[in-house]
Design a binder for this molecule. Structure first.
Ligand code: 3DU
Length: 219
């Protein structure tokens, strides 16, 4: 299985809902992204087979925010890895047994698990923010590959970095949600995730290249 690359530090969030558009944008942006993150919008629109089609273009992160009992989590993760995903995003609030089961399942496929800490939208301050640092610790304890942390709150990415050490931080919220790629990278994100800012633009390739250049300046 292809691992997520470490070249540009940009991950495309491909939340379009039809297969042809998804493939077209994947091809246009492939040289600028280290992985393509897909989730329910695309899989519900195009079917699970879309994972394999995109995998031929770039490594795929399946953002299914898995949040169930360990047995159900195992079934969801194994189906997703079998479909060709290189990584699966899971919630941590379900507890260590559920997260550990996801990590165990990922190992069977040589895949990665990323645990959500604090989400990037305003509502995340209600229930997620008070628990985000503990969720970050849980990801370390369960030996996840990394965590998802909010580019909309760089100060939180910094705090989460202090907790997760050398785990990988992937950071959504750049562009449409108001976060900046440079700020997120400067405070310790390994990758920024950008969706609408790229796939809604007239020329997704050019937009992706712009963000990559912005990231390069921070190195
Ligand atoms: O706002 P954008 O269009 O750039 O998309 C961001 C993507 O990242 C989108 O797929 C969303 O579901 C996902 N995401 C967050 O935005 C925030 C999180 O905390 C976790 C995932």
């Amino acid at each position: 299985m292809k691992s997520i690359r470490r070249n540009t530090q940009l991950i495309l969030a491909l939340d379009v809902t039809d297969s042809n558009t998804a493939i077209k944008i994947s091809k246009e942006t492939a040289q600028y992204v280290d992985a393509i993150k897909i989730g329910y919008p695309l899989v519900l629109g195009a079917g699970l087979g879309i994972i394999n089609k995109i995998y031929e273009i770039a490594p795929v992160i399946a953002d299914f925010k898995v949040a169930d009992i360990p047995n159900t989590d195992r079934l969801i993760c194994s189906q997703t890895f079998e479909a060709g995903a290189s990584a699966v995003i899971v919630h941590g609030f379900t507890g260590r047994d559920s997260v550990s089961e996801c990590v165990r399942t990922a190992k069977d496929f040589n895949g990665d698990i990323f645990v959500v800490t604090e989400m990037s939208h305003p509502g995340a301050v209600e229930f997620m923010q008070p628990n985000a640092l503990e969720l970050a610790s849980l990801a370390v304890e369960c030996k996840a590959t990394g965590v998802v942390a909010p580019a909309t709150r760089p100060e939180r990415v910094k705090q989460i970095r202090d907790i997760v050490g050398d785990l990988t931080i992937i950071s959504p919220g750049v562009g449409a949600q108001g976060g900046s790629a440079a700020d997120a990278i400067k405070v310790g994100a390994d990758y920024v995730i950008v969706g609408r800012g790229i796939y809604n633009s007239k020329n997704p390739g050019i937009e992706a290249e712009k963000i990559v250049k912005e990231i390069e300046k921070c190195r």
